[in-house]
Design a binder for this molecule. Structure first.
Ligand SMILES: [Cu+2]
Length: 85
């Protein structure tokens, strides 16, 4: 989604799909920086995904690019964690 401010109004627009879009998923089971590193490494091993950022507290993982959700889930699960959204 894209937030546009026009005067005092704020408008939310759905962003169109682009090659370099930023995506975010939620991963369950990460407990320390090592876990975060494993998830990061697993995702960066997927073609089309780069710049993976892991927020350990919320489990939120964001990255540049797009990839098949099944591929993402498989990679995260191989690293020992679970994609919950
Ligand atoms: Cu850990």
């Amino acid at each position: 989604m894209l937030l546009i401010e026009s005067g005092s109004r704020k408008i939310l627009l759905p962003t169109t799909k682009q090659e370099n879009e930023m995506a975010a998923i939620k991963v369950q089971g990460m407990k320390c920086q090592h876990c975060a590193g494993s998830t990061k490494k697993a995702l960066e091993g997927i073609d089309g995904i780069s710049n993976v950022q892991v927020d350990l507290d919320s489990g939120q993982v964001s990255f540049d690019g797009t990839a098949d959700m099944e591929t993402i889930k498989a990679a995260v699960s191989k690293a020992g964690f679970e994609v919950i959204s």
